[in-house]
Design a protein around this ligand. Structure first.
Ligand SMILES: *Cc1c(COP(=O)(O)O)cnc(C)c1O
Length: 414
């Protein structure tokens, strides 16, 4: 698939996307997505796909899901009018507060939804992967809540770097297994979780943390996270008096962004803006801006845009935010980029940290460093669109980032 897709082909794909035709029955989002996995994984994925088809939209499953979201996660999360940022940026700024969801970010929506699905499928234990530890914490919490044993695979490098989250997972009852193979970070942790799942596909459920991986995960995660955009859309109409002119979110694997964007897909007046981690700059290995600098390829079961070198070797990435530090991106985002429905740009480490500081001062909210990338992109958009209304997906809170902030923003502060 050539990156420079013919305009007509892109237009036809966009029409299909807006009609809700993706993923198609083969799990594809246009040319992207699908299921590129070893033979041994197929039965487990087939079983999961069947379970998703049977339960996800069934009224009694949805009833249980909504009950957990309301009574335990704390939904609906508020919509906050950002008065000071609005004055500073010369636009009308609104914040969708996923930082106020239980465990501090949007990840819990997906974790509790999939844990409920695992119970329906009769799983006796859950395995999950985690990089920075946020998805591990959300999974451990959801499993404790639903009475499921939980094993979290985490790269050995990350268990060192993210020691406080390892402690949180243990307190929540999870078994944290350090992975020393491969790069000993997120990618190796995903491989290890998949290996575990394959050895017992009936009794074990693999709780994947973003809108990535083989079909049906990108679809499943999108459906569970779309609660963000559905609530935000309704709240904008009720509180702001109408839809936003733009909605913006940060993009790592892409789950909070697709969750925010999806319910606005058929609102042509709402511009959608995804912000990737521009890191130290455009050089290979200096960023995690997959859609800006990547080319299509296969990673962890999925055909999508990837950061790779000339020979197709997947590249190590860099970002000041651990949660955006991944060399792939969800396949639906790859499609939304080529069709042009979503515009993707980047914010560098420095721009994100500056935006984080501004949000703290102006609004009294400490966002996650991941989220701060969305603020940097939103500020740029606001300056280009004076007086317009913008909605920011505030994906999580920044308390977890204190060690990094001590070494960066706070350095030299009296
Ligand atoms: C994990 C995380 C992200 C990135 O993951 P997506 O799947 O791209 O949403 C963004 N923000 C926060 C707060 C996170 O914890």
């Amino acid at each position: 698939m050539s990156f420079a897709m013919a305009a007509e082909q892109a237009k036809a794909l966009l029409e299909l996307e807006l009609k809700g035709a993706f993923p198609d029955p083969r799990g594809r989002f246009g040319p992207f997505g699908g299921r590129y996995v070893p033979e041994t994984l197929v039965p487990a994925l087939d079983r999961l796909e069947e379970g998703v088809r049977r339960y996800l939209h069934a009224p009694d499953f949805q009833e249980d899901f909504v009950a957990e979201l309301t009574g335990w996660v704390g939904r609906p999360t508020p919509l906050t009018q950002a008065r000071a940022l609005s004055r500073r940026w010369g636009a009308e700024v609104w914040l969708k507060r996923e930082d106020l969801a239980h465990t501090g970010a949007h990840k819990i929506n997906n974790a509790v939804g999939q844990a409920l699905l695992a119970k329906r499928l009769g799983a006796r234990r859950i395995v999950a992967e985690t990089g920075a530890g946020q998805h591990g914490v959300a999974s451990a919490a959801a499993c404790a809540r639903l009475g499921l044993p939980c094993v979290v695979y985490m790269g050995a490098v990350d268990t060192e770097r993210q020691a406080p989250n390892v402690g949180r997972m243990k307190l929540l009852g999870a078994d944290v297994v350090p992975v020393t193979s491969g790069d000993a970070t997120l990618r190796a942790a995903i491989d290890e979780a998949l290996r575990d799942w394959v050895s017992d596909p009936m009794g074990t459920y693999y709780l994947l943390g973003s809108a990535v991986g083989p079909h049906p995960y990108p679809y499943l995660v999108r459906e569970l996270q779309s609660v963000i955009g559905r609530e935000a859309r309704q709240q904008m109409i009720e509180r702001a008096g109408g839809l936003p002119d733009a909605a913006v979110a940060c993009v790592g694997g892409g789950s909070n962004a697709i969750g925010l964007f999806h319910p606005f897909m058929n609102d042509p007046g709402v511009e959608l803006l995804g912000v990737e981690a521009g890191g130290r700059g455009p050089g290979l290995g200096d960023n995690s801006a997959t859609l800006s600098f990547g080319r299509p390829g296969v990673l962890q079961g999925c055909y999508t845009m990837l950061l790779q070198d000339e020979d197709g070797q997947v590249q190590e990435t860099h970002s000041v935010s651990a949660g955006l530090d991944y060399s792939g991106v969800g396949p639906e985002h790859s499609l939304l980029m080529v069709t042009g429905r979503v515009r993707y740009q980047q914010a560098t480490d420095e721009e994100a940290l500056e935006a984080l500081g501004e949000c703290c001062h102006a609004e009294g909210i400490l966002p996650a460093i991941e989220t701060a990338h969305a603020f940097a992109g939103a500020r740029r958009w606001a300056r280009d669109n004076p007086g317009k209304r913008i909605l920011i997906g505030l994906s999580g809170r920044g308390d977890k980032d204190m060690p990094t902030l001590q070494k960066t923003l706070l350095k030299g502060m009296p």
